[in-house]
Design a protein around this ligand. Structure first.
Ligand SMILES: *Cc1c(COP(=O)(O)O)cnc(C)c1O
Length: 432
């Protein structure tokens, strides 16, 4: 780029030359990582496009529907497209699934009956599920109150799954469902890789307990790899459409995908026993969900490159990151550790100020519903709460860890990294 171009970037957003040069050199040092990510995106898009071709997607699928929504071709075809993209027999993709948590809760409720036990192999599940499961709170429709127990086995210190511990717990509880969370969520641990971590666990569980249903919280994981958990023997996965598989275009929603026999049980809980997936209309048109899925492999790749860049920048500053910039990733989340809450807060505020929406907002720690400690969030997204758009969250608790994810374009991530660094240098938190 010309010097004039560099200068314009710095002037427009208030980025210091020091920060600009530092981030550029971080970027230059991880080009091979970016090449790998782009290659995966192409593989994933090929699969998505093959699905569109197989279903002969046309304008008719984008027609709005009303009322009961019987024979809604847009809805039913979208289900099949997601199934194809995620290696599933069947899928439910619905704007009426209000969030990832909703999809996960519905799927678990549909899989379990009174007296069943769920065993999680990835430690304590994501914060928003605590009330739903009944680990905290006292809600009459929590899994616990429905007579479903939930126990978890922590990951090993090196981040791998404690397979023997899980097998013992499954046997002891006579578990009906094995639960795995793919992403790190708000935990200082690595995401679980499909082939390396999940496949051996799933093989071992299926060998000894063929009737256990394997369920994966796939939030943040979709399209980060060229395989999905269903390839490794999972039976059901669920996730949010305002994360990876919505491609930054889907305005809301969630999905559940997997074995047809399980999807059938879940669809009857989604609406009404006996009606299941036959009902459900959407007057706003499913078009953005189609376009979102089409964009998803690329958008996820942009977010992954952004995450690797943030990791590299903080590595070069000598700070702790999880994962490292050249790690193989199974989610889009990048964790960065600060020594003081001040660094954490500065980081989130810079991300906010680099956002296209609400850039003037100043994030403050608050008691977010569903979370057990105060959280500070930077979210300047077109879709409220969308975390495939560049966003950062940090529970205000020691050690001070910020989780940054998303970015619809890599350029946005790199500009945000420059702004973050400019502010950290100004405050004396980062020293080059
Ligand atoms: C985001 C997320 C959820 C919950 O999804 P929401 O859409 O925020 O309700 C659950 N598990 C993991 C790992 C997540 O990242």
């Amino acid at each position: 780029m010309t010097n004039e171009g560099n200068g314009a970037i710095m002037r427009e957003l208030g980025i210091s030359k020091q920060a600009y040069d530092f981030v550029r050199s971080a970027e230059n040092s991880i080009k091979p990582v970016f090449e790998m990510i782009d290659a995966n995106a192409e593989v994933n898009l090929a699969r998505v496009l093959a699905g569109f071709r197989k279903e002969n997607v046309g304008l008719r699928h984008f027609a709005p529907t009303t009322g009961y929504g019987y024979d809604d071709a847009g809805r039913d075809t979208l289900d099949r497209l997601f199934a194809h993209a995620l290696f599933a027999e069947d899928a439910l993709v619905r704007p009426q699934l209000t969030s990832g948590t909703h999809a996960l809760y519905l799927a678990l409720s549909g899989l379990c009956q009174m007296g069943d036990a769920v065993v999680a192999a990835s430690g304590k599940p994501y914060d928003t599920l605590e009330n739903a499961i009944g680990l905290s709170g006292d809600h009459p429709h929590s899994l616990k109150k429905q007579g479903v127990s939930f126990d978890y086995v922590d990951l090993n210190d090196d981040g791998s799954i404690n397979i023997d511990g899980v097998l013992n717990m499954v046997a002891q509880k006579k578990a009906a469902v094995l639960y795995v969370q793919r992403s790190r969520g708000y935990a200082w641990r690595d995401s679980l890789l499909v082939n390396e971590h999940m496949a051996p666990l799933f093989r071992a569980v299926k060998e000894r307990f063929p009737n256990v249903a394997i369920f994966v919280d796939n939030c943040y994981g979709e399209f980060t790899d060229v395989v999905e958990p269903l390839c490794a023997g999972a039976d059901i996965i669920a996730g949010s459409l305002i994360k990876n598989p919505g491609g930054g275009i889907a305005p809301t929603g969630g999905y559940i995908a997997g074995k047809a026999k399980y999807i059938q049980r879940i669809e009857n809980l989604l609406t009404v026993p006996g009606m299941g997936r036959e009902v459900g209309s959407y007057a706003a048109s499913y078009r953005p969900f189609y376009q979102g899925l089409y964009m998803a492999p690329h958008t996820t790749a942009q977010a992954l490159k952004g995450a690797a860049l943030f990791a590299r920048v903080f590595e070069m500053l000598g700070m702790e990151t999880m994962p490292s910039s050249n790690a193989k990733r199974s989610d889009i989340v990048q964790a960065v550790r600060f020594e003081e809450a001040e660094g954490l807060i500065s980081f989130c505020r810079s991300i906010q100020s680099a956002s296209p929406v609400d850039s003037a907002a100043v994030p403050e720690p608050w008691d977010m519903p569903g979370y057990t400690s105060q959280v500070i969030m930077a979210a300047g997204a077109f879709v409220q709460g969308s975390s495939i758009e560049l966003s950062a969250d940090a529970p205000i608790r020691k050690p001070y860890t910020a989780y940054v994810q998303g970015g619809l374009t890599y350029e946005h991530c790199s500009l945000a990294a420059m702004l973050v660094l400019t502010d950290l240098i100004k405050k004396g938190i980062a020293k080059l």
